[in-house]
Design a protein around this ligand. Structure first.
Ligand code: ZN
Length: 226
């Protein structure tokens, strides 16, 4: 663009002093370039959190400081199964009870805790989260009102019901989601951010069946139910 402006400014006055060949060369250089339009692909939906598979997943989870045991979970007759199952007992914060899930979900949770949950707790309260409360991860069941297996049936979803902080503060989704104050702001910030990190996020905003917890799963579906 700068070269094109230079040509427009100087070429008419100086053309007479230039050799005809040079002028023609300059004119050719100043001709607008025809650029073929570049096809822009529609922006795809954000992919589910990518997580390492197989042994690499266990190694990644260990490197994040999580406490867990690999578990063997045979497939059920109904089609429920968990690939690379782990029994997770703590991330940086402890889980209030062990949770059985697929290793990639555990890695996604570890990332989400480190990048979103703990920093938000420090910002809102000046304390770290010491306990993550949940209603369960793996569960052989269908999506409410359908015959389709839930991501819980594959250990790829967890229902988080609250958080405890180092000073003893309890943050409870059922009690605090619709209140005002720091607990509510914290929960909403975490839920909003979860939509950027997980495939499906369901909150009390979604329906009554999610009144007391945040459902987080790693896809393949994409839905932000915030
Ligand atoms: Zn759920």
């Amino acid at each position: 663009m700068m070269f094109y402006s230079f040509c427009r400014q100087w070429l008419p006055g100086s053309a007479g002093r230039l050799a005809a060949v040079l002028a023609l060369a300059l004119l050719a250089a100043c001709a607008p370039r025809i650029v073929a339009p570049v096809a822009v692909a529609p922006r795809p939906a954000p992919p589910p959190l990518s997580a390492p598979q197989g042994l690499a997943c266990y190694e990644a989870l260990g490197a994040q400081g999580a406490a867990f045991e690999p578990a063997a979970l045979p497939a059920t007759a109904g089609g429920c199964h968990v690939a690379e199952a782990v029994i997770l007992t703590r991330l940086r914060a402890a889980l209030d009870k062990p949770a059985t899930m697929a290793c990639p979900l555990a890695v996604a949770l570890a990332d989400f805790e480190a990048q979103i949950i703990q920093p938000a707790a420090h910002r809102h309260f000046g304390h770290r989260v010491t306990m993550i409360r949940h209603y369960g991860a793996y569960g052989c069941r269908t999506i409410n009102g359908t015959r389709k297996l839930s991501q819980h049936a594959f250990g790829r979803a967890i229902d988080i019901s609250g958080f405890d902080l180092a000073d003893g503060t309890r943050i409870d989704v059922k009690r605090d989601w619709r209140n005002a104050g720091a607990r509510t702001r914290f929960l909403h910030e975490v839920a909003r951010a979860a939509c950027d990190s997980f495939g499906v996020v369901l909150t009390p905003n979604r329906d009554r069946s999610h009144d007391g917890h945040l459902h987080l799963d790693i896809g393949p579906d994409q839905l932000c139910g915030y």
